[in-house]
Design a protein around this ligand. Structure first.
Ligand code: N01
Length: 530
């Protein structure tokens, strides 16, 4: 056996898994496809990419010293700072010598007689590990729509999820951005300020609200340090892993003018608090949701000068929270610039790409650069492309042909000694908090297996079915968060419609983890290899 634990992916989850497994006394190797660490925050280096959870709530909390010595510059850090932070963590905890970058895993095969995994990478290197932990993330495989002629376009093309390391020069260029999800709306204001012209191709407007980012003042830095324990307490117990506390009133508890005033404080509030600290019935009651949407629509009309453009930017058939809400900085304002225009693809769909530009039903427009902000094969994309073969040689992509089935979003039946924290059914909120919970549980589980003299661990199919049923059933119940988004995989042609997050949230995850412990790992089959 080369190592006890082989981790795939050096994103936030994989780095933490490497640290925890090493601290628990396992020999560990981490393989990473990118040329540097950071995972999602390595690949998504497009201008404007930044956290939309507060930096100090997104970073690691396992080390007080780390928290104290790293001063985030802004409440919502930008990608370069995030990448610096993750590199700092890797060096600070001496993890780099166990990380091999530029190494993409192409197959992982379970050896039943040995109770181990054989992993092969694209450079031909081969590893044997008792346990395989894929921390390959949920937003790792960029999606390009199948638009005819895409390969024929002669200009530059970039996907936000595979942004080049060398900066893209927009100055003096005619630029198209396709897609207005969280990535597109972060990028658009930056490109608008640099390019000769920017044309945004929007299929669906989403309910964007201000991020309200700001530098962290010295006083705030001091408060953060003074209240570290209090902050951890909130973050470690919050249902969605955010700092923002729930509100205590429903929409129509307040009179119309009080409601307007409250919505104004929400509009001015930071990031996700508009979702987590808004009126309690916002996601459950259509009339309540409509009030908040009407407020945002008025704001958009107030910001965007051209009424026709403003109208196009206002969602018509989407409740707030039905799609993952994007948070913006100067997004609506960008449309007031003379060099920016908006194409509504519902009115004039794209017909094809040409060698020089994009053709819609309204004609062709030439471009120097086309940016694809068209999202990802979310949740399962990386795992089903890694050549993972479990018991009897079954491929993970076959096992999940109808969508993922998991227990706690960490294991699936038929794939012993294989874990995937931060994968499908993992999070529904502030990702690092959920994924950290999962890594902690995976590590405790590995220790349990080792200390009880077992070699293999595999989830019982009944436990997997119970968890998966819960995820599927709860996802369809109100508020059905993310109903119209890629959270159900519906953005990928042919992908089964299946919920890809943990609809039970952290409370359900905590409860099930406690049950596993209380029942002495009854949800798993443990054995010794021959
Ligand atoms: O991807 P998306 P994203 N023709 O799938 C459009 C995280 N994130 O990269 O809505 C034209 O949300 C598509 O249109 P429609 C965050 O979790 C976090 O923006 O399907 N357009 C949509 O507008 C986020 O949710 C941060 O009609 C097409 C866009 O492309 C997740 O990543 C920042 C099309 C895709 O939007 C993904 O966000 C950025 C076509 N054929 C991202 N196909 C933070 O701040 C698709 N589109 C932490």
């Amino acid at each position: 056996m080369d190592v006890d634990v082989l981790v795939v992916g050096a994103g936030i989850t994989g780095i933490y898994q490497l640290y925890r497994a090493r601290e628990a006394g396992f020999s560990v190797q981490l393989l990473e496809a990118g040329d540097g660490v950071g995972g999602t925050w390595f690949w998504n280096r497009y201008p404007g990419a930044r956290f939309d959870s507060e930096s100090y709530t997104y970073g690691y909390l396992f080390s007080r010293e780390l928290f104290d010595e790293w001063e985030w510059k802004e409440h919502f850090a930008e990608q370069p700072e995030i990448e610096r932070y993750l590199n700092h963590v890797v060096d600070r905890f001496d993890l780099r010598r166990q990380i091999r970058c530029g190494t993409r895993v192409t197959s992982a095969t379970y050896d039943e007689s040995a109770g181990s995994w054989t992993v092969v990478a694209d450079d031909g290197s081969e590893y044997r590990a008792r346990f395989l932990v894929a921390a390959t993330g949920i937003l790792s495989v960029p999606f390009f729509p199948d638009i005819p002629g895409r390969a024929d376009f002669g200009g530059e093309q970039h996907h936000t999820g595979r942004w080049p390391a060398t900066p893209v020069d927009f100055a003096g260029k005619r630029v198209a951005v396709i897609g207005t999800g969280s990535s597109g709306v972060q990028l658009i204001p930056i490109v608008a300020a640099e390019a000769a012209s920017l044309t945004v191709y929007q299929r669906t407007p989403h309910w964007c609200t201000p991020l309200n980012n700001a530098p962290i003042t010295p006083e705030e830095q001091a408060e953060l340090r003074a209240d570290f324990d209090g902050m951890c307490e909130v973050l470690n117990t919050s249902a969605a892993g955010f700092l923002h506390l729930p509100h205590d009133r429903a929409t129509f508890d307040d009179a119309a003018d009080e409601r307007q005033a409250f919505f104004e404080t929400m509009w001015q509030s930071k990031g996700f608090s508009k979702l987590t600290s808004n009126y309690t019935d916002l996601l459950f009651k259509p009339a309540a949701n409509a009030e908040w949407c009407a407020f945002i629509a008025e704001k958009i009309r107030g910001i965007v000068d051209d009424p026709d453009t403003a109208d196009k930017l206002i969602p018509k058939d989407q409740r707030y929270g039905e799609h993952r809400p994007p948070f913006v900085t100067g997004y609506f304002e960008a449309y007031n610039r003379p060099n920016v225009s908006l194409v509504d693809l519902r009115q004039t769909p794209i017909v094809r790409m040409t060698t020089t530009g994009i053709e819609t039903t309204d004609g062709e427009q030439p471009f120097d650069i086309v940016v694809w902000a068209t999202g990802f094969d979310f949740g399962t994309g990386a795992l089903t492309r890694m050549g993972i073969r479990g018991q009897g040689g079954i491929a993970l992509e076959e096992h999940w042909a109808e969508g993922p089935t998991t227990f706690l979003g960490i294991q699936t039946a038929g794939f012993p000694n294989f874990f995937f924290p931060g994968g499908p059914h993992a999070a529904a909120g502030n990702n690092p908090r959920y994924n950290g919970d999962q890594v902690d549980f995976v590590t405790d589980t590995l220790v349990y297996v080792r200390d009880h003299g077992y070699d293999t661990i595999e989830v019982d199919p009944a436990a997997e079915e119970r968890w998966t049923d819960m995820v599927d059933r709860w996802a369809e119940q109100p508020p059905s968060f993310g109903k119209s988004s890629y959270y159900f995989g519906t953005n990928i042609p042919g992908k089964p419609r299946r919920y890809l997050l943990n609809s039970g949230g952290r409370p359900k995850l905590f409860k099930e983890i406690a049950r596993v412990r209380d029942t002495d790992y009854k949800a798993f089959r443990l054995s010794r290899s021959e």
